[in-house]
Write a new protein. Structure first.
Ligand SMILES: [Zn+2]
Length: 116
């Protein structure tokens, strides 16, 4: 059962008060929610995924369509050099989604770390 403001240490089972950042039992560092590293990693991964997807849609898809159906769709769908902003938007969107995902996945997590 989840009790607001209280839980126990994942390492030593010592009861934690939700304002402390160090376990009184094992002296581990208590992290509430996602760690900065988890957020950065998730943001990075999703950013790469969305950025690459946008690049594929903008530059590879027209090429594939053109070679398959002998059409002449310009790379970047006629937006010229502006199509790179689509890739930038993909990177940014992925970054935001990745950040949000990390917070959502680790929402309510209370973990104790021992940094060496
Ligand atoms: Zn502990």
């Amino acid at each position: 059962m989840l009790e607001l403001g209280r839980s126990s240490c994942g390492r030593c089972d010592h009861e934690l008060n939700h304002s402390l950042h160090k376990c009184e039992g094992c002296q581990g560092t208590i992290v509430y929610g996602a760690t900065g590293e988890e957020v950065a990693k998730s943001a990075n991964n999703w950013s790469i995924l969305f950025g690459h997807s946008a690049a594929l849609v903008n530059y590879v898809l027209p090429y594939i369509i053109n070679s398959g159906w002998s059409s002449e769709i310009p790379l970047g769908w006629g937006f010229g050099e502006w199509a790179i902003f689509g890739v930038g938007a993909g990177l940014l969107w992925g970054y935001l989604i990745g950040t949000e995902r990390a917070y959502a996945v680790h929402f309510l997590d209370v973990r104790t770390f021992h940094y060496v």
